[in-house]
Design a protein around this ligand. Structure first.
Ligand code: ZN
Length: 278
């Protein structure tokens, strides 16, 4: 198994890429506090992340969940002594779907012969973010600030990005995806591009050349611009077909072929586009 280590992207700004799901977690170290971005998939994963954080800093920790998908927040139970930030929609979503997410993950892990991990997820207590925000929020870490940014709906209705302006780094959560298609299951396909553009134009990200996706390799600004273009083209196609009176998933999917997205991604996007129109 590849060794999991922190990579320093800028002074005091670290990313930890995990083999499981290619998930990225972040750590931003100030003079008085340090911010942990996302907490992995279950309690033991969170504990392991916490131990890795403690190799770099002994400072008081603040945590942010970029959104309420299990792989970004089920490790919260390991950080329950910290202030855990999230969008108010993330707490709602976790309250509504946390148990369902858990049983789906457990079932998937059992089906793929990972009974031990399934038991870990099953035993994990869900801890909701409890510093809830709806608007952009600045957190002072001592000597440096981070900005929690809500650009609008996209991957979910409550994605937060974390900008570190003095370092030129943005942790984008699953609004940006590398090595796989943007994940559409809970997405707002028509809002995704405008949301990315809002984030790209925000004063806190103006100088940011380093963007950390929720999964995959760290990318640059132009990659994010390209992903915004792709999401805009997808939204245009969906709009066109819907305006033409299409009512079926298959019609939407075939109209969106040629964008370079997987069929499953197009199916998810089509289902969402139809749901959201209703
Ligand atoms: Zn996600």
């Amino acid at each position: 198994m590849a060794e999991v280590t922190w990579r320093e992207l800028a002074p005091g700004v670290h990313v930890r890429r995990h083999e499981e799901l290619n998930l990225n977690c972040g750590l931003v170290v100030g003079q008085e506090r340090a911010l942990v971005i996302d907490t992995r998939s279950y309690h033991q994963h969170g504990m392991e992340l916490l131990a890795a954080v403690r190799e770099l800093t002994e400072l008081e920790l603040v945590v942010v969940n970029t959104h309420a998908h299990y792989d970004h927040c089920f490790g919260n139970s390991a950080f329950r002594d910290s202030q855990i930030y999230g969008h108010v929609g993330a707490a709602d979503e976790l309250t509504r779907t946390g148990d369902t997410q858990r049983s789906q993950v457990v079932e998937h892990l059992r089906r793929t012969q990972r009974a031990e991990m399934a038991a870990e997820v099953e035993a994990t207590e869900l801890v909701l973010p409890f510093y809830l925000i709806e608007e952009d929020t600045e957190i002072d870490l001592g000597g440096r600030s981070v900005h929690l940014l809500f650009g609008g709906k996209g991957h979910t209705d409550h994605d937060l990005a974390v900008a570190v302006p003095d370092a030129g780094v943005v942790f984008a959560g699953d609004l940006v995806e590398e090595g796989a298609d943007p994940h559409m299951e809970d997405a707002y396909p028509r809002d995704w591009a405008p949301t990315l553009l809002t984030l790209l134009r925000h004063p806190a990200t103006e100088e940011a050349g380093i963007w950390v996706p929720g999964h995959g390799d760290v990318v640059d600004r132009s990659y994010v611009e390209q992903q915004a273009e792709l999401m805009a083209r997808l939204a245009d196609r969906l709009d066109e077909v819907l305006a033409g009176g299409a009512t079926g998933v298959d019609g939407l999917v075939s109209a969106c072929r040629g964008l370079g997205l997987e069929t499953q991604t197009l199916r998810d996007a089509a289902v969402r586009a139809l749901e959201l129109r209703a």
